[in-house]
Ligand binder design. Structure first.
Ligand SMILES: Cc1ncc(COP(=O)(O)O)c(C=O)c1O
Length: 386
């Protein structure tokens, strides 16, 4: 069976048996299109590599730098897929991107400092700033094209500004920032001597006509001021394995990053590392088909909303598998509760993504076309009943 047929054949009845938060958290009459896991089966080569590793009787400590092949596979991918030349010494393994966000903020700033964050943005950015005692300065993206607001960014700078955090491709709005936008942002960061934390976890989930450009690949000067966070977990649907990388071509930044995590975090386990190597070296046939299924889902959602629920604002995402729905015209008290109680669809509340997110919902469309359709039909009926 082709992958798209396999994806088409997924049903809510089957998926409800999965022991994951996405499907277990809500009652059975709710369709869960919230947390960013895909409902799709994992690429065969990843499963085969994990089975093979389980039979290896080798569950001992790996080298600090990772199992053989971990860094090589990663460097090759960065180079071949994204044209970014980094070396093994520029990479450090981490147990997840959220820990990487916290550690980067701690490594690059003090509690007297301010951190500039374009917003809305994936919730843990705000948590990484505020739970470590820094001051977050949130600069709204321009609606509804979701471009960076460079005038507002300039105005947000104070003598205490130390770090700029970005998410590219962007969760939740789905932008894949252009080279011109990133160059302007790099110029902004350099002029104000800001350190940059660039979360590029979604960098391989990019649709046709768009291209991911690693922020640190723009030029040597910005590379010296940037920590990049990325990994295989979103792209290959293995978030429960917990693995990623922090990368910087400035050895001092990586040293600081490692110093704040020393003794606290450990390294990803051998299964996570095995899955990373298989994903990066043998996962791309699965990824190509998955991207084309996701892109068709994305387009389906755009057509459906335009025809059936034009009150919901939507700009097709350029990457990720997340649709950012502008519910404000409906004047709901709480869009998340509305969707959950009136449509029986679980979506993420825009308010969780910080300033600029209020009145929006995030819909995860990495599921079968039939489930996406059912969710939209439920939403339509709920809106019509208002
Ligand atoms: C932009 C972004 N960063 C980080 C994460 C979480 O990464 P991890 O599970 O590796 O902590 C997500 C999860 O959806 C995400 O979208």
């Amino acid at each position: 069976m082709s992958l798209s047929h396999l994806f088409d054949s997924l049903t809510a009845e089957q998926l409800r048996n999965k022991a994951c938060a996405k499907w277990q958290h809500f009652p059975a009459d709710v369709l869960p299109l919230w947390v960013a896991d895909m409902d799709f089966p994992i690429a065969e080569p990843i499963k085969a590599a994990l089975r093979q590793y389980a039979d290896s009787d080798n569950f001992g400590y790996p080298e600090q730098d990772g199992l053989p092949g971990v860094k090589e596979a990663t460097l090759k991918r960065l180079n071949e897929r994204h044209g970014w030349q980094v070396e093994a010494k520029d990479l450090t393994l981490i147990n997840g991107i959220v820990p990487g966000l916290f550690l980067s903020v701690m490594a690059l700033s003090s509690t007297q400092d301010e951190v500039i964050v374009p917003s809305p943005i994936y919730g843990p950015f705000k948590m990484a700033v505020e739970m470590t005692g820094r001051k977050g300065v949130y600069v709204p993206l321009i609606e509804l094209g979701y471009e960076l607001d460079f005038d507002a960014l300039e105005k947000s700078v104070t003598p205490a500004s130390r770090v700029l955090m970005i998410c590219n491709p962007h969760n939740p709005v789905g932008r894949v920032f252009t080279r011109a936008e990133l160059e302007k942002l790099a110029d902004f960061a350099l002029r104000h001597r800001l350190w940059v934390v660039s979360d590029e976890l979604h960098s391989d989930l990019v649709f046709s006509k768009h291209k991911h450009i690693p922020f640190a690949s723009l030029n040597d000067e910005i590379a010296q001021r940037t920590i990049t966070l990325f990994g295989p977990t979103k792209t290959f649907n293995i978030a429960g394995l917990k693995i990623g990388f922090a990368a910087s071509q400035n050895p001092d930044l990586l040293k600081r990053f490692e110093a704040v995590s020393a003794g606290l975090m450990g390294k990803p386990n051998v299964f996570a590392q095995t899955a990373l190597v298989a994903a990066f070296t043998e996962g791309d046939a699965w990824l190509t088909e998955t991207l084309s299924y996701l892109e068709a889902n994305r387009d389906f959602i755009g057509d459906y909303l335009k025809t059936n629920i034009p009150q919901i604002g939507y700009r097709a995402p350029e990457g990720t598998y997340l649709a950012w729905l502008d519910m404000r015209k409906l004047e709901l008290e709480n869009p998340e509760t509305f969707a959950l109680e009136h449509a029986k669809v679980a979506l993420n509340n825009g308010a969780w993504f910080g300033p600029g997110g209020e009145g929006f919902l995030r819909l995860n469309f990495a599921t079968s076309r039939a489930i996406v359709t059912e969710a939209l039909e439920r939403l339509k009926a709920a809106v019509n009943a208002l």
